[in-house]
Design a protein around this ligand. Structure first.
Ligand SMILES: Nc1ncnc2c1ncn2[C@@H]1O[C@H](COP(=O)(O)OP(=O)(O)OP(=O)(O)O)[C@@H](O)[C@H]1O
Ligand SMILES: [Mg+2]
Length: 161
């Protein structure tokens, strides 16, 4: 499934709607080049889950745990990881996150090829600038679900082309 996101607000809105189908224990792997909008999408997911604290892309923090905020209708904690500087799954394991990832949603930027082993079921979200419009604001987002559980969630997640 792929969708065109004309502005950053559309990317955040896409993240919010995606959050509606996400559950405890899920792993979402965000990929795309520098400045693609991975953090913007993570912000939308965080808003959809109703987590506390601003979802940002800090330079010196690799992982942050956002607790659900009851005032925002918080449903699940979100573990937000920036794996850019991490070598692989062993280093992600070594983070010793102060969170039970079985009870949280884990969102990993730059996670492709690094973290898939952490969860049997994961959702790849690829963001890119549409071909021919590299200078514009628009982005294209492509979802690929890995694992059998996704098919039943929403029709939108059923295909990966
Ligand atoms: N359609 C769009 N979707 C997402 N971001 C957009 C869009 N149009 C413009 N932008 C801008 O592109 C930038 C995306 O930055 P963001 O930090 O989300 O990217 P990133 O992929 O997380 O980068 P990094 O690789 O450094 O982590 C923001 O400044 C945002 O305002
Ligand atoms: Mg980022």
């Amino acid at each position: 499934m792929s969708e065109l996101l004309p502005t950053v607000d559309d990317t955040r809105a896409f993240g919010r709607s995606l959050a509606a189908v996400l559950r405890a224990g899920d792993l979402v792997v965000l990929s795309g080049p520098l400045g693609a909008g991975k953090t913007a999408l993570a912000q939308g997911i965080g808003a959809g889950l109703g987590v506390a604290g601003d979802v940002t892309s800090p330079t010196f923090v690799i992982a942050r745990v956002h607790r659900p905020d009851p005032a925002r209708g918080g449903r699940l904690p979100m573990v937000h990881v920036d794996a850019y500087r991490l070598g692989g799954v062993a280093e992600v394991d070594d983070l010793d996150l102060d969170a039970d990832t079985d009870a949280a949603l884990t969102v990993v930027e730059w996670g492709a090829g690094r973290v898939e082993q952490l969860a049997q079921e994961h959702l790849f979200v690829e963001i890119e600038r549409p071909e021919g419009d590299e200078a514009g604001e628009a982005r294209r987002v492509r979802l690929t679900a890995a694992g059998p559980g996704w098919a039943a969630r929403t029709p939108a997640l059923r295909t990966s082309d």
